[in-house]
Design a protein around this ligand. Structure first.
Ligand code: PRT
Ligand code: MG
Length: 225
């Protein structure tokens, strides 16, 4: 029997993927918030879920630790632009379905008293803190804006408040995190939702098992819009 391994991250990606899995007849048999296990069985003997960090999903899928995964477009594009990505030659992952879940946007934000437009106009060097160094580098290069990028792994909002950076590039959903930290969104970079990512080898070798899963996801998405 061909085993299918699905990589998910705990939290919103897992929670929002569950209804789609259910529509495909797949029930995850343990709650990731209650177990310490990293491999979760499902009601389908040939399907299992592995729990990984959100930003590790593309790596697991690309190198065959999982056949398929669900990851935000932010994470997928950052991966493709990074050292493991397909570079100019094309993608290292297939991205067949936009699942439309875990929606947010990647934006530039600054302190309210920082005049971003003026800094850009004057050709100033802007210090930008972000977890998304590849996407940020590409965005500012496309705009012809000079930036010094500072890589952070979390709490990006703190950087402009402490003088570490002039701006951040981070995800925004409701905007309440920015607001609570007296930051303002000054530029939209990318609308984000979670996508199904597939290992190109698995797409061929496990097509018979993958196709019905993808068909069920597409049907569920069509029914919900
Ligand atoms: O936590 P870990 O470091 O393991 O990874 P992660 O933080 O990337 O995982 P997780 O589960 O938080 O996010 C997984 C994916 O969910 C992201 O890659 C996005 O594609 C998507 N997503 C959707 C979001 C948000 N909405 C979101 N609002 N990811 C993060 N946020 C954070 C944002 O970074 C900011 O700190 O929520 C805060 C802003 O939210 P608002 O509502 O206050 O604007
Ligand atoms: Mg998080």
């Amino acid at each position: 029997m061909t085993q299918l391994t699905l990589a998910l991250s705990k939290g919103r990606i897992f929670d929002d993927t569950l209804p789609l899995l259910r529509a495909a007849g797949i029930e995850v048999l343990e709650d990731p918030e209650k177990t310490r296990k990293l491999i979760l069985p499902t009601n389908q003997p040939d399907v299992r879920v592995v729990l990984v960090r959100a930003s590790d999903v593309p790596t697991y899928v690309q190198f065959g630790g999982a056949d398929v995964g669900v990851a935000g477009l932010d994470v997928v594009l950052e991966h493709e632009l990074g050292p493991y990505g397909g570079g100019e030659g094309g993608a290292s992952l297939l991205r067949p379905i936009d699942l439309g879940i875990a929606r947010c946007r990647l934006s530039v934000a600054t302190r309210a008293d920082f005049d971003y437009a003026a800094a850009v106009r004057q050709g100033a060097r802007i210090r930008v803190a972000t977890k998304y160094t590849q996407l940020a580098r590409q965005h500012f290069a496309d705009k012809g804006v000079h930036v010094d990028l500072i890589k952070l792994y979390g709490s990006m909002e703190l950087a402009p408040l402490t003088g570490l950076a002039d701006a951040i590039v981070d995800l925004v959903s409701t905007g309440s995190t920015l607001k609570a930290n007296h930051l303002v969104e000054v530029e939209d970079i990318l609308p984000v939702s979670a996508h199904l990512v597939v290992n190109p080898g698995a797409a061929k070798l496990k097509r018979v098992r993958l196709q019905p899963l993808m068909d069920a996801f597409r049907r569920a998405l069509a029914a919900s819009t």
